[in-house]
Design a protein around this ligand. Sequence first.
Ligand code: SF4
Ligand code: SF4
Length: 109
Amino acid sequence: MGRMLYLKDVTTLELDEQKCTGCGMCLNVCPHNVFKMDGKAAMIVDRDACMECGACSKNCPAGALQVQSGVGCASAVINGMLGRNGGECCCGPQTDGAGSVKNGPSCCC
Ligand code: SF4
Ligand code: SF4
């Protein structure tokens, strides 16, 4: 599968290299390969692939990662399935005017 992009230059993802202990957990949990190890610390290598799911920040034992989850793609997909406003994102699901899901939830996440 090709590289998936959320939106360019909009992710709220922040990495504090000073706090990072190099445990590698963020590499394990990130579904979009946003990180790689640079010596003994993680670094962001594909920022625009981040869809703000929050998995990295929730699992970082050092508190080195911050991301405003719940506003990005994953949230949009869930809202779309529930017929709420803000239920559209770059990768589905598509809803009709009444909020019914036309296609199944197909998302890059
Ligand atoms: S999970 Fe946190 S401490 Fe571990 S490598 Fe990633 S940023 Fe560093
Ligand atoms: S918020 Fe999700 S997609 Fe973005 S870097 Fe963290 S784990 Fe990866």
